[in-house]
Design a protein around this ligand. Structure first.
Ligand SMILES: [Fe+2]
Length: 284
């Protein structure tokens, strides 16, 4: 008897659950056969483009299945209302050393479930660990945005960085999309106010400015053109969380990967490792 998916949505009928399980099992087995996960020695070895060429279609098929049952996600802005918690996050980050993306080596991160690639220029990242403060942030975010994501979702990766004032007009400061596989979204948490002094964000033609510290912005990072606006006076500190729409609400158990993009495959995103062809779905 194959293992059941622990669906987070109690409203799905038995027929719908059966359709989803059957389709996903098949899709995951095809991916295992035709698209092995990349093995790489350096974060520059495999480009995001190579990842997309191998895995895009599996993530797309998964998101298309989600779209049969749930509407597309939308953008959203909300504030962390607890000022003490914003301070807790700031203090938490201050405790960490920062690292240049180019100095980050393959063995610096133990998790092999995340695909990571170097894209330069990149800011100085904090090496953040998964701990109760970040878990609390995830919990607040999950309840704040569940109606905007529209489907259950998985926390894929969490990173944080600080950019100095007057940063070059490069990388994240130029209009871009993140070119993630379908189904992904990002949520940025700004630990400083969003204004000219601290920097802010532009989503297509909407400036997100004059917002208090603790503002969180959810957006479809690979569909909506966006750019960060560098601060003029102070360091700009933000936490970025990558999400993926799924049928089960899944949490992040690995430490934040400074260069992480997606799970290493749809199998890594949805299933536990198994020695044979058994599909063991990750549980909420
Ligand atoms: Fe981006």
């Amino acid at each position: 008897m194959p293992q059941e998916i622990n669906f987070s949505d109690g409203k799905l009928t038995a027929i719908q659950r059966n359709r989803i399980s059957t389709y996903l099992r098949e899709l995951l087995l095809v991916e295992r056969k035709n698209a092995p996960e990349f093995k790489y020695e350096n974060y520059t070895d495999v480009k995001s483009w190579d990842f997309g060429k191998r895995f895009f279609k599996y993530f797309k098929a998964h998101e298309n299945l989600i779209l049969e049952f749930y509407p597309p996600a939308n953008e959203a802005i909300f504030q962390l209302s607890d000022k003490l918690f914003i301070d807790e996050l700031k203090n938490y980050l201050t405790g960490f050393e920062t690292i240049n993306a180019s100095d980050y080596k393959i063995n610096d991160h133990k998790c092999d479930q995340i695909f990571a690639a170097m894209k330069l220029p990149a800011p100085k990242f904090f090496k953040i660990k998964m701990n109760p403060t970040i878990q609390k942030l995830h919990k607040i975010i999950r309840s704040a945005i569940k109606d905007d994501i529209k489907s259950p979702f998985s926390f894929v990766n969490t990173r944080a960085w600080s950019s100095p004032p007057e940063a070059d007009d490069e990388g994240i400061f130029k209009f871009h999309t993140d070119k993630h596989c379908p189904g992904h979204l990002k949520i940025m948490t700004y630990l400083n106010p969003m204004n000219k002094d601290y920097g802010y964000l532009i989503l297509k033609d909407t400036e997100i400015i004059d917002q208090p510290a603790g503002t969180c912005v959810l957006f479809r990072n690979s569909l909506v053109d966006h750019r960060a606006v560098p601060s003029s006076t102070y360091n700009r500190v933000c936490i970025e969380i990558t999400l993926q729409r799924t049928f089960v609400n899944l949490e992040q158990h690995h430490d934040g990967h400074p260069l992480g993009r997606h799970y290493a495959s749809l199998n890594s995103a949805l299933t536990e490792k198994s020695e044979d062809d058994t599909i063991i779905f990750r549980q909420a």
